[in-house]
Design a protein around this ligand. Sequence first.
Ligand code: NAD
Length: 256
Amino acid sequence: MLKGKTALVTGSTSGIGLGIAKSLAAQGANIVLNGFGDVEGPLAEIKALGVQVSYHGADMSKPTEIADMVQHAHTTFGSLDILVNNAGIQHVARIENFPVDRWDAILAINLSSAFHATRAALPTMLAKNWGRIINVASVHGLVASAEKSAYVAAKHGVVGLTKVTALENATTGVTCNAICPGWVLTPLVQKQVDAKAAALGVSNEQATKLLLGEKEPSLQFTTPEELGALAVFLCSSAANNVRGVAWNMDGGWTAQ
Ligand code: NAD
């Protein structure tokens, strides 16, 4: 379905981003990976799906590196058709104890990076009159939790940016939508499970059950594969008129 298209997924060396990159690659899209940590493993996983893959190590807190990464997609594959703004970090603390540098980093990586990448990617998408911009927001783009001020502010911002991007391009073939997962068991969430286990003196398994039980009625994690399937749908022609939505996949979290 996506043969001949190029997809750039930010923060795709791990977790949800890698899951989405693999789902798009399985549909035939060439992939630009981005993110820190192990790169060879994710590159091999995408290559095994029979598409071309490239890596750019832009730091999502740096606007000039983001612009360079979008340019890299164009020079490597000749186009950039699908942009998935996914990179994100978390820090958990009450506002009065929240380190200012963590606030700045979360706003830059989780929110501003989506603006910078979208700004750089839009002109050629508009010139081709086809494009898909998918912003990985969160249930925290729709509702709040205590001790996540920067994350909740950034993700609400991402949902707002999604709506503006969708509206500005509503008469074109370029759509923009947000995906809002509940809990997904990635390294980002494993850290929160570990912190809960340590704080309460309980096992990892008990901490996981408590974490899910507090917020997610299904008591199940959403998987990167399920989120990848949603991204594939948003890239399909069936989603031509899906514009500016914030689509939750959250086990009922925001239905409460
Ligand atoms: P993860 O920690 O597994 O992956 C994060 C990715 O972002 C990694 O590839 C990492 O290298 C990259 N990254 C971090 N800082 C970066 C930077 N400065 N520049 C470039 N890349 C950077 O986390 P995840 O859970 O897969 O999170 C992915 C996205 O999904 C985030 O935006 C997160 O907020 C969102 N999300 C996660 C959950 C969840 O439960 N895990 C729920 C809702 C939304």
